[in-house]
Design a protein around this ligand. Structure first.
Ligand code: BJ8
Length: 440
């Protein structure tokens, strides 16, 4: 039996892992930093994920993907590059994967969920910047992210002020930065602007690849991404069962992997685990008992390896039944209408689909509160934990009105603010335990 890498020799398997040292050197990674990161993540993965009971068998594929997230997956991306595909990295669910695929490119997510090289980061960004932004700066400055280094183009979107202004610094650190402007309202003018931005993105990709996107290409791109989102939606809906058939941690992990894996293979594997979950539900088998308190998480996205809050919640005996988040339902629930018979018609459908995303950078944003209420009912949640990353103005500001509206409906809410550090673990645990006691 041989151990394998994501994160050091942690996850035991029969798989014989390759030596990726040369590939990491070619990508310019800093070996000491990278090994330290993998080692820490491996330990975290082992204690958080592998220690769970009653995991569906289908999770073994996602464990495998994680174990090879910096190995085999990067090798695959490099092979795609050799075959002429471009790799497009991005930080936001507003960057349309349909268009990336239609251009014959591959999309990867670059958001990061761990602190790294903080001292270096704070030389270029204010201390009071949210952890998500500091994290991807740290991964760049510490040279530990193979996805960032393998990307042919890095798309930065103007969403919150933090991202928008930090990209002014970040674009000086990478040679291949592309800025995408996004509206902050949903007026007809904003819709027009988004369409223009998406058209410019098409032009940029066509210029990079030297190939025009055809109607057929775009239809195929939409079909692939719709299938992926449908599979994730299927997974979400199965979590309404009581007892819940899968832990929130594992469901979050699958949603996180959606940003890294090959979309067609990923879709097959999500559907396969859904088949298994359906059988478990028929047999009335769950990851916890039917009495376990059910929690919905709402708020900022949780990028790999940000598992802190979900692991605290589930360690109390509660089960997380949904994520109202971009790495979760907010990012994946809407499909793109593929019935158009012209490129322009399909572009309209893509714009309409993306404008349904109810990110807190939009104003007004009543749809998000409505969606939280809807999810809370649909998944039979006993309470909602609102997760705000410290210094994230859009979500923290919105958390007050979310709390007020949910309480009007007698839905219990706990508003939390945290970051990626481990320092507040004790305090968070105490607050979460008290909340879970209340909603029991
Ligand atoms: S569509 S949620 S992925 S912007 S946590 S960096 S908001 S200060 S991530 Fe997001 Fe797109 Fe919106 Fe979704 Fe700013 Fe807040 Fe930091 Fe954030």
């Amino acid at each position: 039996m041989k151990a394998f890498y994501f994160c050091g020799p942690i996850i035991k398997t029969n798989y014989i892992m390759a030596d990726y040292t040369q590939m990491w050197t070619d990508l310019g990674l800093n070996h000491d930093n990278h090994n330290a990161l993998l080692d820490n993540l491996g330990k975290a993965y082992q204690s958080i994920f592998m220690a769970q009971e009653n995991r569906p068998e289908g999770m073994s594929y996602f464990d495998f993907v994680m174990s090879e997230a910096h190995g085999l997956r990067i090798q695959e991306l490099r092979e795609e590059q050799k075959a002429g595909r471009k790799i497009i990295g991005s930080f936001c669910v507003f960057v349309p994967e349909e268009i990336v695929l239609a251009a014959g490119c591959t999309s990867v997510g670059l958001c990061a969920g761990a602190d790294f090289a903080q001292e270096e980061v704070e030389k270029v960004l204010p201390r009071n910047t949210c952890s998500l932004i500091k994290s991807f700066f740290g991964f760049k400055l510490g040279k530990v992210c193979p996805y960032m280094e393998v990307s042919d183009m890095i798309v930065g979107e103007n969403t919150c002020d933090g991202k928008k202004k930090s990209f002014e610094v970040f674009k000086e650190m990478v040679p291949n930065f592309y800025q995408m402007d996004l509206p902050q309202t949903k007026t007809p003018m904003a819709r027009h602007m988004l369409k223009q931005e998406f058209k410019s993105f098409v032009e940029k990709l066509e210029e990079m690849t030297g190939k025009s996107i055809s109607l057929e290409d775009l239809k195929q791109g939409i079909a692939t991404v719709n299938a992926k989102r449908q599979a994730l939606r299927r997974l979400s809906i199965l979590r309404a069962a009581d007892p819940a058939p899968i832990s929130g941690l594992d469901a979050l992990l699958i949603n996180q992997i959606a940003f890294l894996d090959n979309p067609v293979r990923f879709t097959e594997k999500v559907n396969a685990i859904c088949d298994e979950l359906e059988l478990l539900i028929k047999e009335n088998k769950g990851v916890k008992t039917a009495k376990a308190p059910r929690v919905l998480i709402s708020g900022c996205p949780m990028a790999i390896p940000n598992w802190k809050l979900p692991s605290i919640i589930e360690s109390t005996g509660a089960v997380i039944v949904g994520e109202e988040s971009c790495i979760g339902e907010r990012g994946q629930r809407n499909l793109t209408d593929d019935s158009g018979d012209s490129l322009d018609g399909l572009m309209d459908a893509i714009v309409d689909r993306y404008l349904k995303i109810d990110c807190a950078v939009f104003t007004p944003n009543q749809e998000r509160v409505n969606h939280i209420k809807e999810m809370s009912q649909q998944y039979n949640a006993d309470g909602v934990i609102h997760y705000g990353l410290q210094f994230c103005q859009p979500y923290i500001m919105e958390s007050f009105s979310v709390e007020k509206e949910l309480e009007k409906q007698d839905i219990s809410v706990l508003r939390l603010e945290t970051d990626y550090s481990q320092e507040d673990m004790g305090q968070l645990s105490t607050r979460v335990e008290a909340f879970v006691e209340i909603i029991k």
